[in-house]
Design a protein around this ligand. Structure first.
Ligand code: SF4
Length: 442
């Protein structure tokens, strides 16, 4: 009789990009016949995929490594914090191995070294779409790794390297497999989605017997042909993004753009070294909305960046008033070890950062509430994430999972996650909506 398969525990921290890395490693583990363990005590070793973006994430990652060591004792560390090998080993000298982000092969080598694979890998058990950590009905689709920009507050390029786009046919094949496996919504992610293909000179590939270029518009159009929801994240407002708006207006892509803008003051954006900072964002947004009135715009901003004056902060508030973004996240600037911005003069005191964050959120909350209120009495198609009693917790075209609001559909105890429902919105709040199912025609 074959020996039982070694069991690997897996802890996945960080952003959706790290989640995709976790899915790849887990897919590979399963392909090689390893079993997964849901608890520390039962695992032969534990892989911790860490985040190292801001200091709070570093703390959380170090705590997670400590917990895994305490509960299991045999731990391999991977992910963004793995770049700081010294820091991990200083805090936890007992870890078996430390590797950086998207270092699938090194992680697998470390697993092989400490827990050799079973002799008969059950490769046939691995579904074509790989193993996913998201619920069955939505999945992240990573189209590239790394980034060619050098924003002064960010150390991702030093951790993940320059942009490397995946071949378009690989991306489309993965998307097709996911759709065939029942995924209803694809969330397209990258560090900079709009830069897709730049590094490979928009090289062409073949999909479904026709040529497709590795360029955002062509990729998005092909994904739109799959007949499921497609949502774009981390898109910068370059002029060529204009080309995807007609696909949204035509219902091929969700009318949704997640576009991290970070600030509204030209000087602060310059100090941040932001891409597309001067691309006439407000004019571009107005033109997109003319073409696609239901476009939901999500963004994130940083307050308290070094040197941000009161007047520049007020410029940011004025930008919010004018841009009328639908969904907005606000972060207080926090020093990231190794980031160039740490050297900039004019550190903003913590209490001022808190005060600016509160003022920012007060302004945006009013804007978000007013934007959502226009949906009252309108009909929407929503996708159910889960059911709690007789309330279905769903999302509409303007709601990305985890980061945006939800639609509570009342009197809906006969539905399941992954179902689409046609609803009428009855009430809206700042972020969430309430709805009832649309009456079937008699
Ligand atoms: S665009 Fe800027 S913030 Fe985003 S990953 Fe690249 S360097 Fe970092």
């Amino acid at each position: 009789m074959a020996a039982p398969a070694p069991k690997i525990g897996f802890v996945s921290l960080g952003c959706p990009k790290a989640l995709v890395d976790s899915e790849r490693i887990i897919s590979q583990l399963r392909a090689e016949g390893y079993a997964l363990s849901a608890d520390y005590a039962d695992a032969d070793l534990v892989v911790v995929n860490t985040c190292g973006f801001i200091d709070a994430a570093v703390e959380e990652s170090l705590d997670a490594i400590g917990e895994a060591l305490h509960e299991n004792g045999r731990v391999i560390v991977t992910g963004c914090l793995g770049v700081r090998d010294r820091q991990v080993r200083d805090a936890h000298p007992q870890v078996l191995a430390v590797t950086g982000p998207h270092a699938y092969e090194q992680v697998m080598q470390a697993v092989h070294r400490h827990e050799p694979p079973p002799h008969e890998p059950f490769t046939s058990l691995l579904p074509a779409q790989g193993i996913r950590l998201t619920p069955r009905h939505y999945a992240y689709l990573k189209i590239s790794e790394g980034c060619n920009h050098r924003c002064s507050f960010c150390i991702i390029p030093s951790m993940r390297g320059d942009l490397v786009s995946r071949p378009v046919e690989d991306v489309l094949r993965e998307a097709e497999n996911l759709a065939a496996a029942g995924v209803q919504e694809l969330l397209v992610i990258a560090q900079d989605t709009s830069a897709y293909g730049v590094d490979i000179k928009y090289r062409g590939g073949f999909w479904r017997g026709r040529p497709v270029k590795s360029r955002l518009r062509e990729l998005a159009a092909a994904l739109g042909d799959l007949g499921i929801w497609v949502r774009l994240h981390y898109v910068y407002p370059y002029p060529h993004v204009d080309d995807v708006i007609p696909l949204m207006a035509a219902g091929k892509l969700l009318p949704y753009l997640d576009m991290p803008l970070q600030h509204g003051s030209a000087r602060v954006l310059k100090a941040m070294r932001r891409p597309a900072a001067t691309e006439k964002v407000l004019e571009r947004i107005a033109a997109w909305r003319r073409e696609c009135p239901d476009l939901t715009l999500r963004s994130t901003f940083i307050v308290g960046f070094p040197g941000e004056s009161e007047a520049e902060f007020e410029e940011l508030l004025a930008f919010l008033h004018e841009a009328q973004l639908d969904r907005v996240g606000c972060f207080r600037y926090s020093a990231v070890q190794g980031a160039v911005a740490n050297e900039l003069p004019g550190a903003v005191p913590e209490e001022v950062k808190h005060e600016r964050e509160a003022r920012f959120m007060a302004v945006q909350e009013q804007i978000s509430s007013a934007r959502l209120a226009r949906y009252v009495d309108r009909q929407l198609r929503v996708l159910v994430d889960e059911v709690d009693g007789d309330v279905a917790i769903a999302r509409g075209p303007g709601d990305a999972p985890e980061i945006d609001g939800v639609v509570f559909v009342h009197a809906a105890d006969d539905v399941s996650s992954g179902d689409f429902l046609d609803v009428t919105v009855t009430e809206t709040e700042a972020h969430d909506m309430h709805a009832i199912r649309r009456a079937e025609p008699h």
